[in-house]
Design a protein around this ligand. Structure first.
Ligand SMILES: [Zn+2]
Length: 247
């Protein structure tokens, strides 16, 4: 997972101002939820583009089903693999940083305490209070204190790559199932229209939800998401129609 770029599920944002009324734990769960919604969104858009494109070329339900199911499976695998890879990388780097920190704490506890106090001063504490706070934090759980304040990592909350990969695949499949089922169940002559409309409604919902979870303006997110999906289906339908008439 490249948390800052794509799926913010396991991202730690040490420098980011906290949202009102949320602790890191709540924000972590919201990030997971939001990553799930975005994964479902990916599933909706990519599968809708695929099946609508094939439906532009042929009315054969079997062909549409094969294309849709293949897209669903390959999309889920590729999402899971990408998620596994980037989460593993992030986990490795977090564990390596924790190792370094553990060693520094063992070798030079005095310097580490001063460092922690210095960081607390940077965050707005007076020298005196910072030294006292550093003292107390180090007495309790020195590694956790340094991980949180210095590295922005919660040592009890390192993301498991398998869990992240699984969650990612599940959310993609959930989204992908919608256009696939709709296009296979709709009557022949209104198949594409019904699929397009239900996909646009679904994208409005995922856009709204992800904006809400991310404290972003909702109308903009909804419009962006719906327009993006409409473009994807419009383009693949045009390509499918053009190729279909040539065969
Ligand atoms: Zn340290």
């Amino acid at each position: 997972m490249t948390p800052k770029a794509r799926h913010p599920a396991s991202a730690t944002h040490p420098g980011e101002p906290g949202q009102p009324g949320t602790s890191g734990g709540v924000r972590g769960r919201l990030n997971w939820l939001r990553a799930g919604v975005m994964g479902a969104n990916d599933g909706v858009v990519s599968t809708a583009g695929l099946v609508v494109g094939v439906a532009g070329a042929t009315t054969d339900q079997g062909s549409i089903a094969i294309a849709g199911v293949s897209g669903l499976v390959s999309g889920a695998i590729s999402m899971a693999a990408g998620e596994y890879l980037s989460t593993s990388t992030q986990r490795d780097s977090e564990l390596a940083m924790l190792d370094t920190e553990r060693r520094e704490l063992a070798e030079q506890p005095e310097a580490e305490r001063d460092e922690l106090a210095g960081l607390l001063v940077e965050r707005g504490m007076s020298e005196e209070v910072a030294r006292e706070a550093a003292e107390q934090m180090m007495a309790r759980d020195p590694l956790a204190a340094h991980a949180r304040v210095e590295l922005g990592i919660d040592p009890d909350d390192i993301t498991n790559p398998w869990a992240a990969a699984f969650a990612s695949a599940i959310s993609f499949v959930t989204g992908a199932a919608l256009p696939l089922l709709v296009i296979l169940l709709a009557p022949d002559d209104t198949r594409v229209l019904i699929t397009v409309l239900s996909v646009l409604v679904a994208l409005a919902i995922t856009g709204f939800t992800s904006a809400t979870l991310g404290y972003a303006p909702r109308p903009r997110a909804v419009v962006r998401n719906v327009v993006g999906g409409a473009l994807a289906m419009g383009i693949t339908y045009a390509i499918g129609s053009a190729l279909g008439t040539q065969v």
